[in-house]
Every structure is written in C-alpha cells, then in structure tokens.
Design a binder for this molecule. Structure first.
Ligand SMILES: C[S@@+](CC[C@H](N)C(=O)[O-])C[C@H]1O[C@@H](n2cnc3c(N)ncnc32)[C@H](O)[C@@H]1O
Length: 278
C-alpha cells in the first residue's frame, strides 16, 4: 500500500488541487488535518476507497458530494445533492452577522431565523456560537430540511427548530416575531455567469431567481409581518447586485439603515439592514 505522502505527491502530479487531495486523504483515513500531518508517512488505510473517490472526482463530481461532507467554519456538515455546498464567503456572512448581533442587541434573548437554510450551515453555525438565543431554520424543500436536521443532530443543539415553508410563510403562520433574519437566497438570473460544475450538480432551486432580486424583495416587502421593531436583516448577495438592491431599498426612505459590505476579495457580497434609531 502507498503512504499518504506518496499518494499526495502522485495526485499532485496528476493535477489535483492540494485542498482536494488533503480532503480525500483525511476522509479515507478518518483523520482530521492535524492527524493527517502526523501520519503522513503511514500507509493509507483503504486504497480501494481512495481510488473510487478519486475516480468520481475526476469524472466531474464535486468532492463534497463524493464524501457527503463539507467543512463550514471547521464543522463537518453532511451534504447531499438536495443542498448547495456551503461556500467560504458564507462563512464570512456568519462571522459578520454574529458580530453585528452582539453589538446591536447585547444581552437580549433573540429569535433568529436562517431563511433558505439548505444544509443548515448558516443557522447551525450561528446557534453553536450564540447558544442563548432561539433559532428557526426554514427552507421550501423538505429534502433540504432533512439534511439540516441531520446536521442539527450532529451539532447536538437544543435551541433550534426547523420548518419547511416558502420564505416568511412559516413565521407568519406560526405567529413568530423575529429579531434577526440571516438569509442566503437563490440569486442567479443568468446561468451563463456560473460555473458548469455548479450548474450540473447543485440543485437549481438553490441557485435560480428571476429577477435576481426576487427573494430579497419578498423579505423586504413583508418584513414588518414577522420582525420586531428593533431588527436586523443579514443577506449574502451576488457580486453585481448593489445597484438593483439599492433601488428596492430606496422605497423605505429613512425608515431603515443599510450597508453593503465586501468579502475578503474586495467584492460587494453582503447587505445588512436594520431599523433606524428612534
Ligand atoms: C443559495 S441556497 C443557500 C443554502 C444555505 N443557506 C447556504 O448558504 O449554503 C438557497 C436555498 O433556498 C431554498 N429556497 C429556494 N426557494 C425558496 C423559497 N421560496 N422559500 C424558502 N427557501 C427556498 C433552496 O432550497 C436552497 O436551500
């Protein structure tokens, strides 16, 4: 059997990215990153499984779907083809949202929703960090909520409930008043702007919106039905959406304060909206 080191360099020569090779070696050995480094010269545990996984990756399958796993803020989330693979920029949304929540609400007990939750990556990561608040995770797709429930069990959280439903409907129906909504909705109108691997494998329900602002508008037009007076809305947005979303926000005049913020690559990818101060 080859060692992890031999395989690492062999796969590197074959053109696989280091991040994918490391992910595969970790999963096949059942190691975390540190254990892999400590056992780099050991023989690989299951060479046949590795060959199958690499074969699937080479034929185009995303490595996260091959192993039904995606790391998000270091937590191993279960994923399958009913949910989007959570992205790095979304990790930044979570970190920024937590920071804003702490600053705005200090010790108040809050109701926080992750609308369009998919795998539950946003809501579950936030609930792990903000254990005193109550979290509601919702998605229109029952299969996505099934995935979120698996992740909820893995995270052993007691402060989270999940609902199947269309955007704000579950909250209206259950008469829940929220303090915070965090949402990464579908926002792709032009499919030529996304990469082919994503289009072929990830659920179209997670990606498509026509117009691109559709789901933001649903929340903005209905937020008063579900939000408390002091509220915060946190959105991930597409790269070129600042203008179209600003036009929608103008109808609120001075009733709300909003800011667009950039990701680590300097692209405008987040929108935060809150009530204006009395
Ligand atoms: C871009 S994905 C985001 C998934 C996850 N929150 C993340 O950031 O990785 C959008 C999610 O919205 C869900 N969705 C699509 N239309 C919806 C609707 N009308 N109401 C609620 N959820 C919807 C999809 O099923 C999908 O899980």
């Amino acid at each position: 059997m080859p060692t992890n080191r031999e395989l690492f360099f062999y796969l590197q020569k074959e053109g696989l990215p280091n991040s994918v090779i490391t992910f595969v070696l970790q999963e096949i050995n059942g190691f975390d990153r540190l254990l892999l480094a400590q056992n780099f010269d050991r023989e690989i545990k299951d060479f046949d499984a590795l060959k199958i996984a690499i074969g699937r990756y080479k034929s185009g399958e995303m490595i996260e779907y091959v192993f039904n796993k995606a790391y998000f803020l270091s937590f191993p989330f279960y994923v399958n083809k009913n949910v989007l693979i959570p992205r790095q920029e979304t990790e930044q949304l979570v970190v920024m949202a937590i920071d804003k929540i702490r600053k705005k609400f200090s010790d108040k007990k809050l109701n926080i929703a992750d609308v369009c939750t998919g795998s539950g990556a946003i809501g579950i990561s936030m609930a792990r960090e903000l254990a005193n608040h109550k979290f509601f995770l919702s998605d229109i797709l029952e299969e996505a909520i099934h995935v979120a429930n698996i992740n909820l069990e893995r995270a052993e959280l007691k402060n989270v409930v999940t609902w199947v439903g269309d955007m704000l409907e579950p909250f209206i129906k259950n008469k829940i008043k929220l303090d915070v909504i965090v949402c990464n909705p579908p926002y792709i109108e032009d499919i030529t702007t996304i990469d082919q691997k994503t289009w072929k494998q990830e659920p179209h329900l997670s990606l498509l919106a026509k117009p691109e602002t559709k789901y933001y508008e649903i929340i903005l037009k209905n937020y008063k039905k579900v939000m408390n007076e002091d509220f915060l809305l946190c959105f991930e947005i597409g790269e070129n959406m600042e203008k179209s979303l600003t036009e929608i926000l103008e109808i609120f005049g001075k009733k709300v304060i909003y800011s667009f913020e950039k990701d680590i690559y300097g692209k405008t990818r987040f929108l935060f909206i809150e009530n204006s101060l009395k």
